[in-house]
Design a protein around this ligand. Sequence first.
Ligand code: ADP
Ligand code: ADP
Length: 224
Amino acid sequence: PPILELHQYTYRYKDGAVALRDVSLQVRRGERVALVGPNGAGKSTLAACLAGIRSGSGRYRFDGKIVDNRRRRELWRHVGLLFQDSADQTVCSRCYDEVAFGLRNLGWPESKVHQKVRAMLRWAGLGDLENRVPQHLSGGERKRLALASVLAMEPDVLILDEPTAGLDPQAEENLLKLLDEVEATILLISHDICFVSMLTDRTILLHRGKIVRDVPTWRFLKDE
Ligand code: ADP
Ligand code: ADP
């Protein structure tokens, strides 16, 4: 089955704004999909619904199984969300603990946590920074720390909300190299056309809560 499947999915905010209207979409395991569209199109709402943070009407199947309220609360283990502002995402006073946080919540024994944290920090190029305070890192380092923390949980799906916002070209390139190694299914929200073209092979265009295009990324870029 597709890893993500929405069928006629609608999300209405309490004050009346309809952020998603009758959205149907399927994403296969391992696909890398860009989610683009103007501000207010519904991209973040869609990400929140897929991550189980919000819940609308219509059908949502994750890996073939209907996402009811119980399953929705378990999605955090399967869907990793990298927020736009990674600084808000850090909760610990040491980089090491930041990456360990989710694993400890899962009840991993400390020896396994240790192995995983070391491996993830090394992978993210942060091996020497494990005792540093996350808030004191550079923007690029913080982004990589957030990515290492999310991926430590080995999610099936990784959702990135404007990951390159505020990064300089070198930091952006470092991030791209890491993301290119990620095996999880990727959903990338971005206005950065260059980043979209390097990372994804399919692009979904949202406009006023509706999917108006869903095409290979090369075709999307050709027609832009
Ligand atoms: P809920 O408010 O449904 O329990 P959350 O706990 O995720 O959902 O809410 C986080 C914040 O987002 C809240 O402060 C709430 O005001 C806002 N929010 C959540 N869902 C909606 C909605 N359907 N319409 C408007 N605001 C919402
Ligand atoms: P995007 O991520 O594409 O910029 P959003 O998903 O943030 O779009 O927003 C989609 C629509 O929902 C917009 O009309 C926005 O104003 C509205 N919206 C977003 N968040 C809230 C909220 N917490 N309460 C009420 N309306 C919201």
